[in-house]
Design a binder for this molecule. Structure first.
Ligand code: AMP
Ligand code: MG
Length: 385
């Protein structure tokens, strides 16, 4: 087991433990937001034939404008005319209709029948994409536009990565489910709802388990049962140095721990390994820590980061303290202005203060040992959540 690894090293270690994705075909109407499992190649040219981009007339550019004789009309969806047009013959043509053979330019209806003929109004066969060319790439997030491109080049379904099944297990004797009365010394359990939403956004299926006590027996029991059924177990709490931090001690003693503790703040004590052959990621219990670790380590491992954030450079209007030896994830509020992106810190930065994740919208990536003064720029992950 490696300990006190950098964020980069933790990401590398996770990447060497990829999931066994299965490829499934989904209809285009359900494909949006899924991740493409294979490259997709065009089954036809786009456009499939030379056609008109305007309503107007199809003409031969070498004929004189004043001698044009209209001999018919071509609508979109009609079979292409086979016989070449004769000198001075022109056709009325509608947007999307095939260009008759021999015509090489178009006149806009607004310019009148003797108007200027322009070749660039013809949309040429294959000018957007040709048959056999790659339309979409493996690993792309499927967007509304990429669904449209897939349909354009002949697909009704797309191959996507199967959804991972992810168990979420909150642990802690103090946890009370929201809605129940709060006894003295207890707190409402909040990590599992945030994690379930994040997991769903990552295109995976969350299976939320009710809070487990800090008790080895019940913990092992639930881990044994989950390990048989899911692709990944996510726990929250019980990974630091406390006497009842059994996720950490059990994974090290009975499981197969790969790394523990990452050089980041907040979110220092995560642990990753295997329980009975199933990957298990132990997130810290502090609400901010569990979310920041999810963003930094889980997102690139289980999904496409573009779904979750944009990396940007922000000019700070408040000073930020970094952390010695650790990547520091301060929560900041980014606002776009005429002078670029500016950042403020709106709340105190305690890792238990989940409100700081609501009032702010970004996480800084302050390198170890660096402080940011007012007016200085800092890299940040602008969250799209
Ligand atoms: P732990 O990582 O178990 O030491 O917990 C660290 C802090 O996070 C403690 O203050 C816990 O009460 C709190 N905490 C742990 N799990 C949760 C949870 N599921 N929801 C909200 N707070 C939690
Ligand atoms: Mg605990």
């Amino acid at each position: 087991m490696e300990t006190l690894v950098s964020v980069k090293r933790a990401q590398e270690l996770l990447a060497t433990h990829p999931f066994k994705w299965v490829t499934e075909e989904v209809s285009l109407s359900l494909a949006q937001g899924r991740i493409l499992a294979e490259d997709v190649f065009a089954k036809c040219d786009d456009p499939a034939f030379d056609n008109s981009s305007i309503d107007g007339w199809a003409v031969k550019s070498t004929d004189l404008a004043k001698s044009r004789i209209e001999v018919g009309t071509i609508f979109a969806g009609t079979k292409p005319i086979m016989a070449p047009i004769k000198p001075n013959e022109i056709y009325r043509i509608m947007t999307g209709a095939p260009i008759p053979p021999g015509a090489n330019a178009l006149v806009m209806i607004e310019d009148g029948i003797h108007g200027l003929a322009r070749q660039e109004y013809i949309r040429k066969k294959g000018e957007n994409i040709s048959i056999g060319e790659r339309a979409l790439s493996k690993g792309d997030i499927i967007t509304p536009a990429s669904c449209a491109l897939a349909a354009t080049v002949g697909y009704s379904t797309l191959p996507v990565r199967s959804k991972l099944r992810i168990a979420i297990i909150p642990t802690g004797d103090e946890l009370t489910q929201p809605g129940l009365p709060l006894e003295p010394g207890k707190i409402y359990e909040s990590n599992s709802v945030a994690l379930a939403s994040l997991v769903r956004k990552a295109g995976a299926e969350p299976i939320v388990i009710k809070p487990t006590l800090d008790d080895k027996e019940s913990l092992h029991d639930i881990l044994d049962r989950c390990a048989k059924e899911v692709d990944l177990i996510l726990t929250s709490g019980g990974v630091s140095m406390g006497e009842k931090d059994f996720i950490r001690s059990s994974l090290i003693d009975r499981g197969d721990a790969i790394f523990w503790k990452v050089l980041m703040r907040p979110g220092g004590p995560p642990i990753f390994g295997y329980w009975n052959g199933t990957p298990i990621f132990g997130l810290p219990g502090n609400p901010v820590s569990s979310q920041t670790v999810f963003h930094l380590l889980l997102v690139p491992w289980i999904t496409h980061p573009d779904i979750f954030h944009r990396k940007v450079i922000v000019k700070m209007e408040d000073p930020l303290r970094g952390a010695p030896n650790r990547l520091c994830l301060r929560r900041i509020q980014i606002t776009p202005t005429d002078n670029g992106l500016i950042g403020r810190t709106l709340t105190h930065q305690g890792s238990g203060n989940v409100r700081s994740m609501v009032l702010n919208n970004a996480l800084t990536l302050i390198p170890p040992g660096v402080d940011i003064a007012i007016g200085e720029s800092v890299e940040a992950m602008w969250l799209i959540v």
